[in-house]
Write a protein that binds this ligand. Structure first.
Ligand code: 5GP
Ligand code: ZN
Length: 109
């Protein structure tokens, strides 16, 4: 846990952010500024800055993020209509919070 990291604070439930789903490895919550009717963030509890900083022992973390996105899409009822999952990487890739997170957006009519 990095004391100055917003997503560490959310993942360790030090804010009033509503957690939609939690496992030992990750939390899922709604993006505060949604870009689609459904916009979730899937965030590991482990502090990793970005995709660039994934280590050899982080394969399991990435896998869990993707499987969780898949499960959350079903829970939100958008698995069949479809959705996008993506990582923004560093400033040029649009990353603003430097704690790795998977975006899941969908729910368009
Ligand atoms: P990034 O641009 O780093 O890939 O995505 C960060 C996302 O976090 C943005 O879409 C932004 O709206 C969201 N966000 C920033 N601060 C907060 C917050 O305090 N709570 C929640 N739920 N989302 C946040
Ligand atoms: Zn962090």
């Amino acid at each position: 846990m990095e004391p100055d990291c917003l997503f560490c604070k959310i993942a360790h439930k030090q804010t009033d952010t509503e957690i939609l789903h939690e496992t030992d490895a990750l939390v899922v919550f709604k993006d505060i500024n949604p870009h689609a009717p459904v916009h979730l963030l899937i965030v590991p509890k482990k502090h990793i800055r970005s995709v660039n900083d994934l280590g050899a022992d982080d394969h399991d973390v990435v896998s869990k993020l993707i499987f969780s996105a898949r499960d959350m899409a079903k829970q939100m009822g958008i698995n069949e209509s479809g959705y996008r999952i993506f990582f923004n990487v560093e400033k040029g890739g649009g990353q603003m919070i430097f704690h790795i997170h998977l975006h899941m957006i969908g729910g368009w009519r």
